[in-house]
Design a protein around this ligand. Structure first.
Ligand SMILES: Cc1cc2nc3c(=O)[nH]c(=O)nc-3n(C[C@H](O)[C@H](O)[C@H](O)COP(=O)(O)OP(=O)(O)OC[C@H]3O[C@@H](n4cnc5c(N)ncnc54)[C@H](O)[C@@H]3O)c2cc1C
Length: 214
């Protein structure tokens, strides 16, 4: 797809307006692909979702919403199909797909843009050279987010521990725990439990307002 970059092939969505009124083909079967199908409804003039397998790997609710949009005629879902060719005169004008299990089954679609949402490749990069315990490509931490290295804590998708969830909410919680531990390590006189930012007076006022009348 590299020769078509800037000529209708996109790996990222900068501004949704770039796709306004366009016939967009989205490639992928994970959260990114399905999220962009839903996000571009009402912006793109036509949306086709192409995935090489019949099953999607996205959040169940998102997949249901995509399927609902498909049965409402707002999205054309093509599974299991893969890209054979992209063509056009200077810009993408057409995409040719083939069926994953029968490559003689070929579909040609006119389109203005192809959005490739094939997932992210995560890598530890230079952290690989640190003396960190690594499991399944992630940094192993204990229950207080401490790594195997002295005075190094980790939080977020990069960590692994029993019961790990890669979610924004859990990432924030891990970060709060890691920072509290790090602060306590640097300043042992401080308590691990930080002070609340809610002013005591406001909390007291809220309590008195919610107290039932005597
Ligand atoms: C398509 C998709 C949909 C999702 N939907 C949901 C959802 O609905 N709800 C939910 O809770 N979670 C969702 N998630 C998961 C959520 O996005 C992650 O759990 C969360 O973003 C993890 O945050 P993080 O800060 O650990 O990592 P990231 O958000 O990945 O942030 C890491 C940052 O570090 C930067 N970086 C990487 N290497 C370097 C380097 N060497 N130097 C400097 N910077 C570097 C990266 O560019 C990136 O900005 C989704 C994930 C995906 C992929």
């Amino acid at each position: 797809m590299t020769p078509w970059e800037g000529k209708g092939a996109h790996y990222l969505v900068g501004e949704k307006a770039e796709f306004a009124g366009k016939r967009v083909v989205i490639i992928g079967g994970g959260d990114s692909a399905c999220d962009w199908v839903l996000n571009l409804l009402g912006t793109a003039s036509e949306i086709t979702l192409v995935h090489r397998r019949a099953a999607f790997r996205a959040h169940e609710v998102t997949v249901n919403n995509v399927m609902q949009a498909a049965s409402d005629g707002r999205v054309d879902v093509r599974v299991p199909y893969q890209i054979r060719e992209v063509s056009g005169n200077g810009r993408i004008e057409r995409i040719t797909l083939f069926h994953s299990e029968d490559d003689s089954d070929v579909v040609e679609l006119d389109c203005d843009a192809v959005l490739l949402q094939l997932g992210f490749k995560t890598a530890l990069g230079p952290l690989k050279d640190w003396p960190l315990e690594v499991e399944k490509g992630s940094i192993k931490v204990d229950q207080v987010m401490k790594t195997s290295m002295e005075a190094v804590w980790a939080a977020g998708d990069i960590t692994i521990f029993d019961g790990k969830l890669k979610l924004i909410a859990t990432g924030f919680a891990e970060a709060a725990i890691a920072v509290a531990q790090a602060v306590h390590h640097i300043r042992p006189e401080t308590k691990i439990q930080p002070k609340y930012s809610t002013p005591a007076g406001r909390a007291a006022a809220t309590r008195s307002r919610t107290r039932p009348p005597a």
